[in-house]
Design a protein around this ligand. Sequence first.
Ligand SMILES: C[S@@+](CC[C@H](N)C(=O)[O-])C[C@H]1O[C@@H](n2cnc3c(N)ncnc32)[C@H](O)[C@@H]1O
Length: 292
Amino acid sequence: MVDRLSAARPKATAPGSDERSLEEIELRLLLEGIALHHGYDFREYARAPLRRNILMGMALEGVPTISAYQDRVLHDPASLQRFLNIVGVNVTSMFREAIALRVLREEIVPWLRTFPSVRIWVAGCATGEDVASLAIVLRETGMLGHTRIYATDINEGSLAIAARGLLPLESVQSSEADYRRSGGRGALTDYYAVAGEMARLDETLLSGVTWSRHNLVSDASFNDFHVILCTNVLTHFSRELQTQVQELLYDSLVRSGYLIVGRLESLIGWGSSSLYTRVHESSGVYRKGGAA
Ligand SMILES: C[S@@+](CC[C@H](N)C(=O)[O-])C[C@H]1O[C@@H](n2cnc3c(N)ncnc32)[C@H](O)[C@@H]1O
C-alpha cells in the first residue's frame, strides 16, 4: 500500500533534515494562521532572523513546538502582542539615526521652509523614540508648528506606548551623545521631566502627531509626504517585500521628497535607476528623482 503522507514528504538528505523540514512546515503554518486570522503578514520577512526570533518567542512562552506556539498566538491576545514585539522587533532608541537627522536639520529643513505646511510620515515608529527625536529637530529649527507628523506601526501595543509620551529614562539619558551628533546644541533634559524611571516628554512636542496602525505590507498609501522616515524596518523584509514596500514609499512622496532609511540599510536597485539620488554617503537619506 502506498503511504501517501511519506510520498508527499520531501526526501531526507542529511540527519536531522526531517526535523528541519517539519519545522519549516510548522513555521509556514504559523505565519499563514497569523496572516489569515490577525491580518499581520510576516510570510515574506527575512527567514533567518524571523526563525531566530520565533524560537526566542517560544522560549519566553515556554512552549516546546512551533505548533504549540501557533495555538497560543492564535487564541491568546496577550501572546500575540508578545509575538509582535519580538518578531516585529520593536527595539529602538532616540537619535539612533543621528547623522540622518543632522542631514534633515541642515539640508532638508531649508527645502521644507519653502512650503506653507509640511507632512512627515514616520513609518514603523515602534514606541515613538524616532518621532520624539524628529519633533525635537523640528522644534529646534522652528518647523514643528508648520509640520504634521503621521506616526504609524503595525503594532498597536507599541503605538499605545508611544502616544503616552513616556520613555524609559535610562534610555533617553544614554541618547545625549547621539542628540549632539545630530547637531543638537541644547540638552535632551530640556525636553522632558523625570517621572520615576520614566522621562515624560514635553507635551507640546507630540501634540501635532497623528498615531495610527498601518501595515506596510498590506495597507495602501494614505497621503503624500515631504519626508518619510522608515528606519530599521526594511531590513526585516525579504528582498521582494523590500521592493514592494519601497514602491509604496516612493508613491507616498511628493516630487523631490526625501526618504530616510537606516544607515545600515540601502534601497534595492536605487543605483541602477533614476528613482532616487542618495543624498549622503554615511546615512540612509535619499531624494526622490534627484535634485528639483
Ligand atoms: C526595529 S523597529 C524600528 C523602530 C524605529 N524606526 C527605529 O529606527 O528605531 C521596527 C518596527 O517596524 C515595525 N514593523 C514591522 N513590520 C511592519 C509592517 N509590516 N508595517 C509597519 N510596521 C512594521 C515593528 O512593529 C517595529 O516597531
